[in-house]
Design a protein around this ligand. Structure first.
Ligand code: 6CS
Ligand code: FE
Length: 292
C-alpha cells in the first residue's frame, strides 16, 4: 500500500533522509475570491477575520465548550485528549457531532462560504475540534504543517484544505496564540522519520513525528518571517493547510480556547495514507465526504 502510493506521491514525507523543500505544484486559491477579507489569502496563506462571531455568540459557544469539557460522558471518550502532564482537557474532536450548535454554525455561509471561496468547490469537514489551551500549564504546538500530517497519516492527496480557528477567548501575544510564517504555505517540507503505528494520540499531545528539522524551520523563518495572531474573542484565522505554524506554552492565567474547523474540497477526498501503516480514526480524519 505504502509503496504503491509512493509512485505517484507529489508530496513525499516521513523520509529516511532529511526532506527537500518543494515548491508546491497545486494552487492555494482555486477560484477567484470575491471578498476583500480574503484578498491576500493566496500570497500570505492566511487571513484574519475580525468579529466573525458577535459577543452574544462568543458567550453562547464559550458556555457550550465548557459544558463539553465537563461532560462526564466524555471522560473516557477517545475524542477527548488531555494534557500530558496536568491531565487537563487539551482538545475534544468531532465537535460538530457532539454539539448541534457547532453543527449549525459550521453550515452558515459566513463560515463554510469562506472555505468554498478559497477552495473553489463544495467542501466537507475533514476534522473539527475544540482546543482548550488551559492557563498556567497549557502546552503549545511545535512548528508543523497540518497538510504534512493529513497527507502522510490520513491520505489527503493535495493541500486543497483550509482551517478556520475561531477564538472564544482573547488572544494576546502572551497566552500562547498562534504564530504563522506568511507565504510558507507555497513550500512543502518533507519530514524525516517513519510513522509508528498507533502513535497519533501521543502526537496530539506533543508532536514529534512529522515536524521539520531546526534547519528547515530556520530557513523558512528567515525567508518568510513570523507573525502572531492576536485578537478579541470572536475573531478568527483562516489558513491554508500547508502553512508553517505553531504556538508557545501558556503559563499565563488566561486560557486560550478556540473552535477549530478543517474544510477539505470534495474534489480532494481521502485515499490510503501516503506514509503511515494505517489511517487514523474517523474522529480525527473524517471519511464521510458529505458536503456541508
Ligand atoms: O493531527 C492533526 O490532524 C493536527 N494536529 C497536530 C498536533 N498536528 C498536525 C495537525 O495539525
Ligand atoms: Fe496545526
Amino acid at each position: 500500500m505504502q509503496q504503491l502510493s509512493e509512485v505517484a506521491d507529489r508530496y513525499p514525507t516521513r523520509l529516511r533522509e532529511p526532506g527537500p523543500h518543494l515548491e508546491r505544484p497545486d494552487p492555494t486559491v482555486w477560484d477567484a475570491v470575491q471578498s476583500p477579507e480574503l484578498a491576500m489569502f493566496g500570497t500570505d496563506g492566511f487571513a484574519a477575520v475580525e468579529d466573525l462571531l458577535a459577543p452574544g455568540e462568543v458567550a453562547e459557544f464559550g458556555a457550550e465548550i465548557d459544558r463539553l469539557a465537563a461532560d462526564p460522558d466524555l471522560t473516557d471518550d477517545d475524542r477527548l485528549i488531555v494534557e500530558k502532564s496536568s491531565r487537563r482537557v487539551r482538545s475534544i474532536f468531532e465537535v460538530h457531532r457532539l454539539s448541534t450548535a457547532v453543527a449549525d454554525l459550521v453550515r452558515e455561509p459566513r463560515i463554510a462560504g469562506m472555505a468554498r471561496q478559497v477552495l473553489g468547490s463544495e467542501v466537507y469537514l475533514h476534522q473539527t475540534r475544540i482546543n482548550y489551551m488551559p492557563g498556567f500549564r497549557g502546552t503549545g504546538f511545535y512548528w508543523h504543517s497540518d497538510f504534512e500530517t493529513w497527507h502522510a497519516e490520513d491520505g489527503m492527496p493535495a493541500p486543497r484544505a483550509v482551517s478556520l480557528s475561531i477564538a472564544l477567548t482573547d488572544n494576546y501575544p502572551v497566552n500562547g496564540s498562534l504564530m504563522v510564517m506568511p507565504g510558507s504555505h507555497r513550500t512543502f517540507v518533507g519530514c524525516q522519520g517513519s510513522t509508528p503505528a498507533e502513535h497519533y494520540r501521543e502526537s496530539l499531545q506533543e508532536q514529534e513525528i512529522g515536524v521539520p528539522s531546526p534547519a528547515d524551520i530556520a530557513q523558512l523563518a528567515n525567508r518568510h518571517g513570523i507573525v502572531q495572531f492576536t485578537g478579541r474573542a470572536g475573531s478568527a484565522l483562516l489558513f491554508d493547510s500547508n502553512i508553517m505554524h505553531g504556538s508557545s506554552n501558556n503559563i499565563t492565567p488566561f486560557p486560550r480556547s478556540n473552535i477549530f474547523l478543517v474544510f477539505n474540497s470534495v474534489e480532494n477526498t481521502l485515499v490510503e495514507p501516503f506514509a503511515a501503516p494505517a489511517p487514523r480514526p474517523t474522529y480525527i480524519a473524517a471519511r464521510d465526504f458529505t458536503s456541508v
